[in-house]
Design a protein around this ligand. Structure first.
Ligand code: TYD
Ligand code: MG
Length: 365
């Protein structure tokens, strides 16, 4: 959107500069001049990266992005269509007596860049580094000031990257795109996160909805007897929902989890924020508890209520297509779920009302 200000937040090394360089190359190629103000990389470093990526760096304007005044002046004379500021932590307003990266500097620079965007009609892309905990003052306090906020995350080792649209003043929120970091830079992939596909106790497949897209994802659980006060540890999943689903599953199937340590994780460290994976979490827990693997190539989709009922979730059409695309044979879904696309998906659909019906394979007869 012209004159909008977009924040791209992510951990250092995740690929923000690479993504924006590839974007700038496409934009300049399509006749939209871009100006890159980098406070982190010198012209030669950017040019070397562009060469390695096999993209034409010559059309992209570059300046050192460490001084706010220089960047504003360059943007006002060169009038690019898009200004990239990499990063908001590296730029400094000399009128503000504070170190770059601190809240005062970040706020002052962002405010000035927002004014630039609105006055000159330039789209401004801001890079913001987020620490591992995600709680750095900079990008978080920025979110309310900008028009749109994008998060770039993933597993640095696996090469999978997920771009998620958060706040958006001009369009839908929650859209996602996946990329793979290759030797030729970031390549968009349709496949979603990798799954082991193995039949193991404690591992269940769910179909996650993110924006308009859905993808198959694995959830893993571990249940072990506790020596002392039992721990509950979760990564990638919503801890609050995990605890509730564990309690409800325990009660519904009589698993005796209260004296056990419980661990839950999503495959690839992917952050899953969708009540539709409740049933997969319940399946993983029940499977881990009883030592029985779920049936092969089955995915579980539904929200779990406090009473143990399985509730329908939105986006069934996208989820059914994703299940077929992932080669799953069967989908266990809540009774009353919309039946999905007009063309029958390849995956068989089984409707269940209660956790007991969905997880009968997990309990000893
Ligand atoms: P970078 O874009 O510099 O991350 P950020 O700006 O978010 O800090 O990319 C970081 C990593 O990506 C770096 O460790 C090297 C890797 N990379 C590749 O694997 N392939 C490539 O083509 C490029 C350009 C980078
Ligand atoms: Mg960078």
């Amino acid at each position: 959107m012209p004159a909008s200000v977009i924040l791209l937040a992510g951990a250092p090394g995740i690929g923000k500069s690479t993504l924006l360089l590839q974007l700038a190359s496409r934009l300049t190629g399509a006749g939209h001049p871009c100006l890159l103000a980098s406070g982190e990389e010198a012209r030669g470093q950017v040019a070397a990266r562009a060469r390695r990526l096999g993209i034409e760096g010559a059309a992209l304007g570059y300046l050192v992005g460490r001084n706010l005044g220089d960047v504003l002046a360059a943007a006002r004379t060169e009038r690019p269509r898009v200004l990239i500021v990499d990063s908001i932590q590296a730029i400094r307003d000399p009128d503000v007596d504070a170190l770059p990266g601190g809240v005062a500097q970040v706020r002052a620079c962002t405010d000035a860049l927002i004014s630039l965007a609105k006055e000159e009609g330039i789209t401004v892309l801001l890079v913001g580094h987020v620490t591992k905990g995600g709680d750095l003052a900079g990008p978080r306090t920025l979110e309310h000031a900008v028009d749109s906020a994008l998060t770039f995350e993933g597993d640095i080792r696996s090469g999978l990257r997920i771009l998620t649209g958060g706040k958006n003043r001009y369009g839908p929120e929650g859209e996602v795109a996946w990329f793979e970091m290759t030797s030729e830079g970031l390549v968009e992939t349709e496949a979603g996160p990798p799954r082991s596909g193995a039949r193991e106790a404690g591992c269940a497949t769910g179909i996650v909805l993110a924006g308009r897209r859905a993808f198959a994802a694995e959830v893993q659980a571990l249940v072990v007897p506790a020596e002392g006060p039992p721990r509950r540890q979760v990564s990638g999943l919503d801890p609050r929902r995990f605890h509730i689903v564990a309690a409800v599953t325990d009660r519904a199937l009589g698993l005796r989890l209260s004296r056990c340590e419980l661990f839950g994780t999503s495959s690839g460290g992917l952050r899953v924020d969708d009540p539709g994976v409740d049933l997969a979490v319940a399946a993983a827990l029940a499977s881990a508890s009883g030592g029985r693997a779920p049936p092969r190539d089955v995915a579980f989709v539904g929200e779990v209520s406090l009473t143990g009922m399985v509730r329908p979730v939105p986006g069934m059409e996208a989820r059914l297509s994703a299940a077929s695309a992932a080669g799953l044979n069967e989908l266990v879904v809540a009774a009353g779920s919309s039946s999905g696309p007009a063309h029958r998906p390849q995956a068989r659909v089984t409707y269940v009302a209660h956790l007991r019906d969905a997880l009968s394979w997990a309990v000893a007869r």
